[in-house]
Design a protein around this ligand. Sequence first.
Ligand SMILES: [Zn+2]
Length: 630
Amino acid sequence: MNEHTVRRIIQVLFILIFITVTFVFAYPYLFGEHWIHSSKVFKFKDVSGPDTVAVIKSPAKANWRDYESGDSNRLVIFLTDPDSSWLGLVHGLKTIGVPFRITNDIDNALQHKVMLVYPGISGKLLTQRQLKKLADYAQQGGNIIAVNVLGGGLASIFGFKSVKSSVDNNRVELQPVHAITKDLMDVGFRSIKLSTKNKGQLSFGTHVYQAPKHKPIAVYNDDSAAIVYNKYNKSETYAIGFDIGFYLLKAYNRRLGSVAKTYANGFESSVDNLLRLIKAIYLRHEPAAVTLGTVPDGKNLSVILTHDIDYNKSLENALVYARHESDENVSATHFIQTKYIRDWNDKIFFDNKNIDNLKKLKALNVEVGSHSVSHSQSFQIFKPGSGDEKYPDYVPYVQDENETYNGTVLGELRVSKFLLDYFLPDNNVISFRPGHLSNPLSLPESLEATGYRYSSSVTANVSMTHLPFQLNYNRDNYSETSIFEFPITIEDELPPKMGDRLEPAVELAHKISRYGGLYVVLIHPNILGHKLDFQKGLVTAIKPFSWFGKISEFGDWWSARNKVTLDVSSVGKKHHLRLNAPTSINGLVLNIPESWKLLKIKNTKQLVSKKRKRLILNEVKGKVDLYFRQ
Ligand SMILES: [Zn+2]
């Protein structure tokens, strides 16, 4: 071998090494994947899957005609523009339990005693004939809640002189000037926070009613009139100056920004205050108003204890929490991270040793939910994914708090569910919570595509509600998914330490229980000590007035309740309530008028309790007839 040949070989070797090194470093950028050494991945012997492919359905625009039917006892929404945020109203009214129907036919709407005109009244949206009928209806015994009364010559009907638009109003305060606001007046129960205070950052415009005839029911932050009313012989009208459907959707879609004073652990009930106001007006003017209770079995508060297992010592500790829950007969949901990859976050803890702990946990009657594979802080910017991600080839790698390689939304959901279902065949994972509540826009439809039903992925304070709600496609306005959200009330990471905040937490539970709200508690079992003491103290303090259950239990109850319809036909003092529950439900609560007495029930014998104003029914399935007299 001469010198020239040797030099040539060295040159070629250098070029080969250069190409290899360049390729290894450029690979993730070229192919969007990061090569992870196999020593960082735990592989269960002979386990791979899922074999099915997840497909995200195309969004189907919600159709208001799906809500067209129903009897005259219902609140009627007279829809003056179908291209509006009416879906927010639908989800809100279902949550608060007010029966409603939607129509665009004024003659049809006039058959009801309470009408909600949405999204507005103007000469552009309504014909002269329709405007005249509305005015006659109000003066002859019909009650109207109207949103954005901007024209059409009905100002005097609603009790104001003129209207002007404003982009400076960020808050609405209910006023103690009317019977309907009486129950809503306590501290914290009267504000509807619309947007952040910063001018120029207001998320939507409002309307001010000028020179109101009566003192306004609600005013904006500058004391101008937000909600006004007018009285007639037998009826009342109410005019609201902001788009309530749009507001509800902003809250439910987690698009209100940082309007709330607190991120968690506080009382932020703006959405609930608004829904309770609408409900109060409906109850005042509809003598045959029957509404659905919000808590199973007629208790005052729905409580869900949850634990996020995202640290290598947590699963063992979770057993201690679960034993306490089992002893107290209050089963909880434990969200497990299927951590089979060693990365910046932590070492592997979803392995053979912990599968035994997982089985022990399940044996304590907990619900096991998914807490993702990677627990990445950048989950919210993950790509949707292909839907064929599989264990063990799916290897999302958390580099640091900002960077995660190879992760997809569908991969996180389907691979974690596959593994948990594989090792716990009796469980069937249907509930999900992301790490750090990092929440991609595509989460609702991705959950639907991967077999989940329930999400607990936001805080109640950020959503401005202490009640569950249905999620929309892409967290947008026009298309719904079948997924329900159960927002977190209490968490364990904000200061002061959890053990020092039992008293305010119990106080908060009492506050939310006043209108049958939801109270979801998140405790990371990374330690026992003061956190376990908090759980023990809390359960003891709120058990007497609370219903306790897992997310899956409450979710099944809530989604069955969501389909229940209530129609009443009345002849004189006799009332026939036709209830329809397409999905079987226990502990269904009906709030009935105070003067009604139950005569008989057909098609279910399971009347659990009959208190004044409240019936609790078990084994409700299909059509049930209830007969009352006054
Ligand atoms: Zn976590």
